[in-house]
Design a protein around this ligand. Structure first.
Ligand SMILES: Cc1cc2nc3c(=O)[nH]c(=O)nc-3n(C[C@H](O)[C@H](O)[C@H](O)COP(=O)(O)OP(=O)(O)OC[C@H]3O[C@@H](n4cnc5c(N)ncnc54)[C@H](O)[C@@H]3O)c2cc1C
Length: 485
């Protein structure tokens, strides 16, 4: 039941702005929007509005702010944080119909897109001319560039290319004051505060992003993808640090442990050796000569660090299959567990072997199985803690294990979220990383854009208050079957 009272005249006014087909107000229809992909957190909006232009967004935001009603921006709803959902009800603004690529300027290597453009769609548009949009969350076939900017999405290739913040040159925002701002822009060097950087990763708490100017990246001349197998995930993790310590930054450096390999081979048949206890998927790209030298160095390092085998994909087809295994790993995982809790945390890369041992110890002490598929090069873990919801006590054990893993990551100098963001799920954890003054400064920044705290309330800062309070739930909730991260 929504805590917000929406007056019928507000709904009528919204219809006048976006047309009848742009307003969803029937409670059953609004149910579709009650959660993101972290289905544990639910909050049905009272009304969903689907504008087609920035002028419509501006008019909608102003009407809703005047009515004192919360606003929740939404892209494709693939978030894993309890972000694009409405805990207090209110008006959700879905930007999916704003899906035009407005400008592609290859001479200056940028594009300007509306927020509903799908991530992979932009790469598909420019790849024939040798360019790509580098942020590649595994959800890239579905997630929107506005959502990627709002969450500062990462992905396997963030290791070399950085996350979304490194690829957003500027953006247009309708703020929680009802103003329309352009922050940054296609020309890279700009004096003054980096307000684009403030908005990227702000998860809809400052306003609705209505345009994004993004960098386009030139594809490397050559690419090599290798699969190395190891006797344990700890040994594989040592190889990760050794590769980077050698001065090599692979385009991607991903790790999977034995339960994941088993699941992948049962479902996808990506060609991962089923007798391996761990694999590293290592991708190198760049000038052909450099890739060649680095590939030799990586093979030597892996061998010295105890690799049992190393295979380089012979062609694009084999390479695509190796990646399919990685990208669909968590989905395949549904074959070997009924449910799982997904955690997203980061440790310093050099701590990977230690944290992997701790994860296994935590799994044992909590009586659960934990499988690992993660962005090893970034130290970004995604432990999947298995349980069966039909067995009493298993869910609680999985949650407790998830919390213990997060605590262990923080204890070794890590942080509470790698790429998924804060949302409702991790809001209470921020106080473990930042002191009261830091948090108050963040809250003050928020008020500049959203003085009434109506933009995406209860996200990032619990209850939208100036000083974060401790809310009621823990981190890393169950994800739906069949998804991958
Ligand atoms: C299968 C799967 C794999 C994933 N893999 C990755 C991964 O590899 N890396 C990664 O980082 N994430 C990953 N994610 C999480 C998710 O896809 C990303 O966070 C993505 O950036 C969300 O985009 P979206 O369009 O779905 O946004 P939504 O889920 O709709 O929204 C996410 C947040 O952004 C806000 N928001 C959305 N659009 C706007 C806008 N126009 N203006 C202002 N605020 C807005 C919302 O209010 C919400 O707080 C994965 C998710 C799934 C389901």
């Amino acid at each position: 039941m929504s805590a917000t009272k929406i007056q019928p005249r507000l709904v009528d006014a919204l219809r006048e702005v976006v047309g009848r087909d742009g307003v969803i107000a029937a409670p059953d229809d609004c149910l579709v929007y009650e959660c993101d992909m972290l289905v544990y957190y639910k909050g049905v909006p009272d009304v969903v509005v689907l504008p087609r232009s920035v002028a419509e967004v501006l008019a909608v935001v102003r009407l809703v702010l005047d009515a004192g009603v919360p606003i929740v921006p939404r892209g494709s709803g693939t978030g894993l944080i309890g972000g694009a959902m409405a805990p207090r009800g209110g008006v959700m603004i879905g930007v999916n119909r704003m899906d035009r690529v407005l400008e592609v300027d290859l001479a200056n290597r940028h594009a300007v897109v509306e927020p509903g453009v799908i991530n992979l769609g932009l790469t598909r548009m420019v790849e024939g001319r040798g360019y790509f949009f580098a942020p590649d969350p595994s959800s890239q076939m579905v997630s929107s560039i506005g959502g990627n900017a709002a969450t500062n999405a990462g992905g396997p290739h963030a290791l070399k290319y950085g996350s979304t913040v490194n690829h957003v040159l500027g953006l247009e925002l309708v703020t929680g004051r009802g103003e329309l701002l352009w922050l940054g822009g296609p020309v890279r060097e700009r004096p003054g505060y980096d307000l684009t950087g403030v908005v990227v990763g702000s998860e809809g708490t400052l306003g609705v992003i209505t345009k994004v100017a993004v960098r386009l990246t030139r594809a490397g001349e050559a690419v090599k993808t290798a699969l190395a197998t190891f006797a344990s995930i700890e040994v594989a993790s040592q190889a990760v640090s050794a590769i980077i310590a050698e001065g090599i930054i692979p385009a991607a450096l991903e790790a999977m442990d034995e339960p994941v390999i088993r699941a992948v081979e049962a479902g996808i048949k990506a060609g991962y050796p089923t007798d391996a206890k761990a694999v590293l998927l290592i991708e190198l790209d760049g000038p052909a000569a450099e890739v060649e030298v680095q590939a030799e160095a990586v093979a030597r390092i892996c061998q010295a660090r105890g690799a049992l085998s190393l295979r380089v994909a012979a062609d694009d087809k084999e390479r695509a299959l190796l990646w399919k295994g990685r990208k669909e790993a968590a989905g395949a995982f549904g074959r070997i567990t009924h449910n799982y809790v997904l955690q997203d945390a980061v440790v310093p890369r050099s701590k990977l072997p230690e944290i992997m041992a701790q994860v296994q110890a935590i799994a044992q002490s909590h009586g659960v199985m934990v499988a690992n598929v993660f962005h090893a090069g970034d130290g970004n873990l995604h432990p999947m803690i298995c349980y069966d919801e039909r067995v009493s006590g298993q869910f609680d054990a999985a949650l407790a294990a998830s919390e213990a893993i997060l605590d262990a990551c923080i204890a070794v100098g890590g942080t509470v979220t790698g790429e998924h963001g804060v949302g409702m799920d991790k809001a209470q954890k921020l106080a473990r990383l930042f002191n009261a003054d830091d948090l108050a400064a963040m809250a003050a920044v928020r008020r500049v854009f959203d003085p009434r705290l109506l933009m995406n309330p209860e996200k990032v800062f619990p209850s939208g208050a100036a000083c974060p309070e401790v809310p009621r739930v823990g981190a890393g909730k169950p994800v739906p079957e069949g998804m991958w991260v």
